[in-house]
Design a protein around this ligand. Structure first.
Ligand code: KG4
Ligand code: ZN
Length: 345
């Protein structure tokens, strides 16, 4: 069967087509297309929700046509249309939900509303090296930082999460303080390769607490204080400050992930969300997990950040596992704040 996935929760319009056939293994990606609005929001230093919604409206139909053309599949061949129902920006989500339901109603096909984080969580199943259940998932995006125990599709237990800023936010806010533009994560991590991670001692909050929660709000204050102290020297020491900031974030993420593996007794870690693209995080996780025989799985690099493939994949896997049925009810809504655990009901 053919499942079209549409993601529009934030600043990326993503569309993809996944093929899922009963009894023939994991679903596979047939085609995908993406438009990122990063350049549009850069001038404002962050996502402007109204501009995001308007841009999704402009992009979504051409992207659908693009994907169908790439895969050489006709709209009438679609079996299900899946869209991100939440969490995210309400207006942005409504564009994906509205266009999916309108298209589905026109074609007489059913729809599925999908949780954005479940998309991230299951995206490594589209990789060349897919994980197997059960596993611990580290979800690290611009809006979320969570450790979950995943026993099966639809079975997600929250082990710990950030009590303030998300890891991606810590990257983005620190990068902004250093004048590195938006979104700052990739820029900060590129600059960090030129610096010394031990140059500045930055805080690693909650690192030695027995729980699996995170806190990153103090880090940006420490980065601000450090850059003010440096004054005119900031320019010359920027790479060192970037490297030290990255080291603090990565250190906490790695140590807490290892703690979650040990606590649950699991030997498989799945890393998903935009920050999962970070090279330093990958290297340190790899090294620390190898020490006790645990394996780390990631989505393919282009599926780490928001995309339509993960939404189509989550729909395919929920269908395959029998935890959600497609609906021919087009009175859609969106859930801007939607706890992942509630997708069970
Ligand atoms: O998952 P995602 O695309 O969107 C959300 O759902 O939030 O994640 C975006 C976040 C941003 O904060 C961005 O700066 C961060 O992921 N990010 C990175 C890297 N690539 C993206 N952070 C650190 N290093 C990277 N290489
Ligand atoms: Zn995301």
């Amino acid at each position: 069967m053919w499942i079209l996935g549409i993601e529009s929760s934030c600043d990326e319009t993503g569309v993809a087509l996944v093929r899922a056939d009963v009894g023939s293994g994991l679903p596979t990606l047939a085609a995908q297309a993406l438009h990122t609005q990063a350049a549009m929001h850069e001038a404002y230093g962050g996502v402007v929700p109204e501009l995001a919604s308007r841009d999704h409206i402009r992009r979504v139909l051409p992207l659908i046509q693009n994907v169908m053309h790439q895969a050489d599949v006709g709209l009438s061949q679609l079996d299900v249309i899946a869209y991100t129902r939440g969490p995210g920006l309400a207006g942005a989500l409504l564009v994906g939900a509205g266009s999916s339901c309108a298209l589905a109603a026109g074609l007489g096909k059913p729809v599925m509303g999908i949780h954005h984080l479940e998309g991230h969580l299951l995206s490594p199943f589209l990789s060349a090296d897919p994980p197997t259940f059960p596993f611990v998932a580290l979800l690290v995006s611009g809006g979320h930082t969570q450790l979950m125990q995943v026993d099966a599709v639809g079975s997600y237990v929250l082990l710990g999460e950030t009590i303030d800023d998300a890891a991606g936010e810590a990257f983005d806010k620190s990068a902004k303080l250093m004048g590195l533009g938006y979104p700052g994560g990739p820029a900060l991590s590129a600059l960090a390769t030129l610096g010394n991670p031990l140059a500045f001692a930055l805080p690693r909050p909650l690192l030695n607490q027995p729980n699996l929660d995170f806190s990153f709000a103090g880090l940006k204050t420490a980065v601000l204080t450090q850059s003010q102290k440096l004054g005119a020297d900031l320019e010359a020491r920027k790479a060192d400050l970037a490297a030290s900031t990255q080291a603090a974030i990565v250190d906490v993420l790695v140590k807490k992930s290892v703690k979650a593996l040990k606590q649950t007794g699991l030997k498989t870690l799945v890393v998903a969300g935009g920050v999962g693209a970070n090279r330093a995080l990958r290297e340190q996780l790899q090294a620390d997990c190898r020490k006790f025989g645990a394996r780390v799985h990631y989505p393919e690099p282009d599926l780490c950040t928001d995309n339509g493939a993960m939404i189509a994949m989550a729909a395919a896997m929920r269908l395959g596992a029998g935890v959600q049925s497609p609906q021919a009810d087009y009175a859609f809504d969106v859930l801007p704040r939607w706890p992942l655990a509630q997708t069970l009901t």
